[in-house]
Design a protein around this ligand. Structure first.
Ligand SMILES: CCCC(=O)SCCNC(=O)CCNC(=O)[C@H](O)C(C)(C)COP(=O)(O)OP(=O)(O)OC[C@H]1O[C@@H](n2cnc3c(N)ncnc32)[C@H](O)[C@@H]1OP(=O)(O)O
Length: 253
């Protein structure tokens, strides 16, 4: 089974689906490859007007990094290689000159919330769970998620999400401005299509021009901040607190 699926529909929406429902759509190196290629293709394909990222099945959008795979990374140098690669992928998603949507079809936690944050808009199923749970594993957001969140949300709401590592209902996430629309699970795709209609009615050049205005806001200083966040997470990654927490998860404690 392919770990991700990509298709472009007749209206120019590219649908990227993480296809690892048995692992709650956790991101491993293959999914990273798929995201990297798709973002690049969408950015250069004139027929691609928008990118929607979602997860397969009705349980999870994305449960973050694959703890089984990434737990092999023990030192801060090993952690930095993986974290900065995914950080670069999310930075290119953030700056993609087309509208992007995280279609949150279920659990969206840890790196899954970082992935969703890199998108322009978040549409969630009413049954999803959303949270930056990294703190519970003794690390911070390691893919640049906090830097992006603080650009996109009010300071106090962003810091509360990050520093409490709590899991929010979609309604609460909407109330604080993280999620833009909450819909019944069976209406998720229909509502996502409707949401995109006004965007698709404008030309790609116009949409790209607006995205470029936003990208200018995220200048070199922003990129530096994002990557120093990643470096700090690599340092925490190496510490026992993190490794013990992941050991406990993998051993089902
Ligand atoms: C590296 C960048 C930063 C990060 O993303 S750190 C990772 C943050 N993510 C997490 O801590 C999520 C850990 N997972 C969970 O808390 C729960 O599995 C979750 C998502 C709430 C779903 O709970 P349930 O629906 O009850 O399902 P479950 O626990 O029985 O899991 C089903 C199978 O999926 C696996 N899974 C879930 N999240 C995973 C992950 N992040 N990496 C690797 N495998 C993961 C889980 O091990 C289980 O697999 P199996 O059936 O035992 O083979």
């Amino acid at each position: 089974m392919e770990k991700y699926a990509v298709r472009m529909d007749a209206s120019g929406i590219v649908w990227f689906t993480i296809n690892r429902p048995d692992k709650r759509n956790a991101i491993d190196y293959d999914v990273m490859d798929g995201l990297e290629k798709t973002i690049e293709e969408v950015s250069i394909n004139n027929n691609a007007k928008a990118l929607v990222i979602t997860g397969s099945g009705d349980q999870a959008f994305c449960a973050g990094g694959d703890l089984g795979v990434f737990h092999d990374l023990r030192s801060k140098f090993q952690a930095y290689d993986m974290l900065s690669r995914m950080g670069a992928i999310l930075y290119s998603l953030l700056c993609l000159p087309k509208p992007t949507i995280a279609l949150i079809n279920g659990t969206c936690i840890g790196g899954g919330a970082e992935l969703a944050t890199a998108c322009d808009f978040r549409i969630s199923s009413s049954t999803s769970k959303i949270g930056f749970v990294q703190g519970k594993l003794g690390i911070t957001t390691g893919w640049g998620g906090a830097t992006m969140l603080l650009e996109k949300m009010k300071y106090d709401h962003a810091m509360e999400m990050l520093m409490t590592a709590t899991i929010l209902t979609p309604e609460k996430a909407k109330q604080i401005g993280y999620v833009h629309k909450v819909v019944e699970p069976e209406k998720l795709f229909e509502e996502c299509n409707s949401y995109l209609v006004p965007y698709l009615s404008l030309s790609t050049q116009v949409l790209s021009a607006y995205k470029m205005v936003a990208v200018r806001k995220w200048d070199v200083t922003f990129k530096e901040r994002m990557f120093s966040e990643i470096e700090r997470c690599s340092y925490l990654w190496e510490l026992d607190e993190h490794h013990h927490a992941v050991d406990a998860f993998l051993q089902g404690k």
